[in-house]
Design a protein around this ligand. Structure first.
Ligand SMILES: C[S@@+](CC[C@H](N)C(=O)[O-])C[C@H]1O[C@@H](n2cnc3c(N)ncnc32)[C@H](O)[C@@H]1O
Length: 257
């Protein structure tokens, strides 16, 4: 089953905005705390998107340190480039994580992949590559949704479109725990996993619909079925749109020294 997809311009930014404004728990603070524990020589962000987290890594580099942001979406990399015009030590690489990584063994002391790794076609192949380019004693952080993520959104979508959550979407949200975690445990020396209860509280219906219309779920269902704005608003009346669960799984691992 091909689970890959291409982000449509502006939609990722809309979702990031909603998380910044309406989340009870800011995953960026968690990431900043983790990354801020030391200074890093070489950081790789797999699926860096429009560079949402690159600034955090850039703030915690050694004097000669570098950050590589890898994504297959060139438009998002251009956005990332524009966000950090004066960054020293930042490289952006247009490449799929399904391909072998163009780095020597033991290159990075930190590899991050946030809300992206579960797009990989072959988890074991991508994780073997990540493990290869991670330094001995280096760390890996994978963050992504759990199977409980966005249940309310699927209910809303079903009310609107009559379509139940599809196998492709279900498979994608459970992949980090089901397919990636076991391989990380096998490859890496230490591995910890933690589920964080996060949710969004929308202040009004328009903000909820703005978020919904920025999701892949919308793109793959309601947008194709050409529902009108009035249809979307009508579906809100009988739905609890105020609160949306965004449970995330955080996997941290270390390569053997
Ligand atoms: C939800 S976004 C997350 C972006 C960023 N990590 C963040 O947290 O803001 C998922 C990203 O994964 C990228 N992506 C999807 N499949 C990919 C692949 N096979 N190789 C590289 N990047 C991929 C998308 O282009 C997108 O930028």
């Amino acid at each position: 089953m091909d689970l890959s997809f291409q982000e449509i311009e502006g939609r990722l930014a809309n979702r990031i905005r909603a998380h910044k404004l309406f989340a009870n728990f800011d995953i960026n603070s968690w990431i900043a705390d983790f990354v801020g524990e030391k200074h890093w020589d070489a950081v790789l962000d797999v699926g860096c998107g429009n560079g949402n987290h690159l600034g955090i890594y850039l703030q915690h580099l050694t004097d000669t340190g570098r950050v590589v942001g890898l994504d297959r979406d060139v438009a998002l990399l251009e956005e990332a480039d524009a966000r950090y015009p004066d960054a020293v030590g930042l490289e952006l690489l247009a490449q799929s994580m399904d391909q072998p990584l163009p780095f020597a063994d033991n290159t990075f002391d930190l590899v991050m992949s946030l809300f992206a790794i579960y797009n990989a076609k072959d988890p074991a192949a991508t994780l073997r590559e990540i493990h290869r380019v991670t330094r001995r004693g280096g760390q890996l952080v994978l963050v992504g949704s759990t199977i409980n993520n966005a249940n309310e959104l699927f209910e809303f979508n079903e009310r609107l479109t009559g379509q139940r959550i599809d196998e492709r979407t279900k498979a994608r949200s459970g992949r980090l725990a089901d397919e990636f975690l076991p391989v990380v445990r096998e490859l890496f020396h230490e591995c910890n996993d933690e589920v964080l209860a996060s949710y969004l509280t929308f202040p009004n219906r328009d903000e909820f619909l703005r978020y919904y219309c920025s999701t892949l779920l919308y793109e793959e269902t309601a947008e194709r079925m050409r529902f009108s704005r009035a249809d979307l608003e009508a579906a809100c009346t009988a739905t609890n749109w105020e609160r949306l669960s965004k449970e995330v799984l955080v996997i941290t691992a270390r390569k053997a020294p």
